[in-house]
Ligand binder design. Structure first.
Ligand code: IVH
Length: 711
């Protein structure tokens, strides 16, 4: 390449990388795939070394990306928080090994997961967490202490055997499961969704209001020494064991290796395990275990020479966008969907991917006819990673969001503060279909005879104009409803009687199931349970003082609000539903049908078992999801409560439960027990022995348990 061309290409690559950095780090909305980004970076590095006259100090490859945000105090890192040199090829790891062998001898390698999150520094003084900071540009980061303090698994105080002055470094991440749930909530509320768990984590940690962070499913893993308190360890692995002993979550997997063959095998093993972790990994980190070699090995501008990152090829597939269709959801949100040429990816064949909203399509510049890279966000949701612009022919068509509802033809609107476009016609049949389907779904009223297709038919044929019509139907007539088409008619038949029975049984389902069934934005299964726990009956939700209190306290007190698990946005959404014309008519109709579901009218609680009649409250960080324990407790006859009352027999306290909480419980006559004791108690369940926690759950950093209620 001649000089002029090199100069132009360098400028082009810098612009591309800088824009990608801005989209990724500042907007938390990536616009290019990892692979392309890495390729640009390598090409730029190579050109800058071939043409040093064009290499400048401000080049994006000479600066650690990962911007600083406005609104946060700045923290200087001592020593700087470095990055890692990375490779995609095992051959390059062999070069790394050759360099290490040339320099030192008698060492061991350690292979760890490379967690794809946000790197974090945690500083303790006098045994207390005093500061949490992001890496920022490596030298200076953002002070995010208030936000990080909301992460349940970050120890706020250290045990007496830990150094009083300590800094540890690691990675904050959003759990895969939490990411999927959060995006569903965001989408239902008409808000921006996140491209992947890493971006969702970044966005959550950079909130100016830490109450928002508190509601996000974040966790951490620590994997590195900070500048203070970590000097005494001969090896990295001993240090990690000590971190774990001091209460820090550490990686659930690592492998000690003597030879490069063992390193390669460990890298492959880790890759095969990557989907079993609660966090996403994008590679492996190979470290020298013996810390005495670190100084002599030194560092490059990028990172230490005692460690190297090996990045896995992203799991992605190339396909084309054949069309972009628009779906209308149960709250009227218009969601553009890419109809794809079917392609296998990570175990399934994908033919559709949500494009979320018009802004997202514009940002990624996705056009009908485009070749794209498809990935699975959070390992589950098919998503367009990036467009392959080189493959454009010029025939691709830019997508335009419809200006009328594609189903009912009614008006659409984009509400202030939302990215979603909504059909505002409450009678829109598409909305009704999805509301009906949701109403009948398993976690709602569990009407098995009524799935998505039948919901569509009921609405199309005018059988149902509102979900509550199910309680007023002529089921005998319904048996002869044609659910096929004119050419091959098929009767609803016996399903009509099944549905009649399920509908009749649904009348006595508990409040939480009904509240979820209504389909209020922000009110998922867990939130519905938390809200139900604070109310006697369905009709109490209208004008609920508890919900009003949640909102008022939020405005007044900020962090103290955590006394109740109810989320502010959800409280607002419920109150707004019942004050709406539709919501208040819905409640009136339920009451006139004689339905006013009660809290805790659970049919599932066993009448015998080791915990019969025992009130149980789960609190703190447990190694299994709260729902799982709740189900085991109920199976054993126990009653899961959300708050400790005089009727609570056991408070099951996970990690990080404050002494005040346990003392308060004891004062009410409650026995405070740990998970092991609970499993012991459950072990004598007649309906089956409780299984010990799964391998991963045992060693993985524990899940923060939502909902610590003290009523
Ligand atoms: S050790 C000097 N160990 O990957 C930095 N880093 O691309 C030493 N990362 O900046 C870091 N998992 O944010 C280390 N097991 C692990 C890691 C890890 C993820 C991150 C870290 C680092 C980045 C480099």
């Amino acid at each position: 390449m001649d000089k002029a061309k090199a100069k132009a290409r360098i400028a082009e690559l810098r612009a591309l990388i800088e824009k990608a950095n801005h989209d990724y780090y500042d907007l938390h909305q990536p616009t290019v795939g990892d692979r392309d980004y890495d390729m640009w970076e390598r090409e730029l590095l190579k050109l800058e070394s071939d043409f040093p006259e064009f290499a400048t100090a401000d080049s994006p490859v000479r600066n650690v990306a990962g911007g600083l945000s406005e609104g946060f105090a700045k923290v200087t890192h001592d020593p700087p928080m470095q990055s890692l040199d990375k490779t995609h090829a095992k051959g390059e790891l062999a070069e790394f090994d050759a360099f290490v062998r040339k320099t030192v001898e008698g060492f061991t390698y350690l292979v760890e997961p490379k967690i794809d999150g946000i790197s974090l520094s945690l500083r303790y003084s006098g045994g207390r967490l005093v500061r949490a900071a992001t890496r920022g540009n490596g030298l200076v980061g953002d002070d995010i202490t208030a936000n990080a303090s909301t992460i349940a698994t970050i120890p706020k105080t250290l045990p007496p055997d830990a150094p009083r002055e300590l800094e540890v470094r690691g990675e904050a991440y959003m759990t895969r499961e939490g990411f999927v749930e959060l995006n569903a909530r965001q989408e239902a509320a008409g808000l921006e969704t996140f491209a992947n768990p890493r971006n969702a984590c970044a966005g959550s940690l950079k909130q100016l209001d830490s109450r928002v962070t508190a509601e996000r499913p974040l966790d951490v893993v620590v994997y590195n020494a900070g500048g203070v308190g970590c000097d005494g360890f001969a090896s990295h692995s001993e240090m990690i064991v000590a971190f774990a002993k001091w209460g820090f979550p550490v990686a659930p997997w690592s492998k000690s290796c003597k030879t490069m063959d063992e390193v390669f095998a460990a890298i492959d093993e880790l890759q095969s395990l990557r989907h079993t972790f609660r966090f996403e990994i994008d590679g492996a980190v190979i470290k020298i275990d013996e810390r005495r070699f670190y100084e002599v090995l030194g560092a490059t501008a990028h990172g230490p020479r005692w460690a190297r990152a090996y990045k896995y090829a992203p799991e992605r597939a190339e396909t084309t966008v054949e069309a972009i269709t628009v779906q209308v959801g149960r709250t009227g949100i218009l969601t553009p969907v890419a109809e794809l040429k079917p392609v296998p990816l990570a175990g399934s064949v994908i033919s559709r991917a949500t494009l979320h909203n018009a802004d997202q399509i514009a940002r990624q510049d996705i056009r009908v006819g485009d070749h794209i890279w498809l990935v699975k966000a959070g390992d589950v949701i098919p998503a367009v990673d990036s467009v392959i612009p080189e493959k454009r022919t010029g025939a691709e068509k830019v997508f335009v969001m419809p200006t009328a509802c594609p189903v009912c033809g009614g008006e659409v609107a984009r509400l202030e503060g939302e990215v979603a476009t909504r059909c505002v016609n409450p009678a829109c049949p598409a909305q009704l279909c999805r509301r009906l389907e949701h109403f009948a779904s398993r976690n709602a009223l569990d009407l098995k005879a009524l799935g998505g297709k039948i919901a569509d038919i009921f609405v199309a044929k005018g059988v149902v104009k509102d979900p509550l019509d199910l309680f007023d139907l002529d089921y005998d007539a319904l048996a002869s409803l044609n659910i096929g088409d004119d050419e091959s008619p098929r009767k609803f038949g016996l399903n009509a009687q099944n549905l009649r029975k399920a509908v009749s049984d649904a009348k006595s389902l508990p409040l939480e199931r009904w509240l979820f069934a209504v389909g209020i934005p922000q009110v998922g299964v867990t939130v519905a349970k938390d809200i139900a726990a604070e109310h006697e009956k369905f009709s109490d939700l209208k004008d609920s003082p508890v919900l009003k209190n949640v909102i008022e306290n939020d405005a007044k007190k900020g962090k103290e609000r955590k006394i109740l698990a109810i989320k502010v946005e959800a409280a607002k959404a419920v109150l707004s539903f019942f004050s709406s014309e539709y919501g208040s008519a819905f409640l009136d109709r339920m009451l006139s049908l004689g339905i006013d579901p009660l809290r805790g009218a659970r049919a599932a609680v066993a009448t015998e078992g080791p915990l019969v009649g025992a009130g149980c409250v789960l609190t703190g960080t447990l190694s299994r999801p709260r729902g799982e324990y709740a189900a085991l407790i109920e199976k054993a006859g126990g009653i899961v409560q959300s708050a400790v009352t005089s009727k609570t027999k056991y408070l099951i306290a996970g990690a990080n439960v404050g002494a005040t909480k346990t003392e308060k419980a004891r004062a009410l006559g409650t026995e405070v027990i740990d998970e092991a004791r609970l499993l012991e108690l459950l072990g004598s369940t007649p309906s089956g022995k409780a299984e010990p926690p799964a391998e991963e759950a045992k060693s993985a950093p524990a899940a923060p348990v939502q909902g610590d209620l003290f009523g």
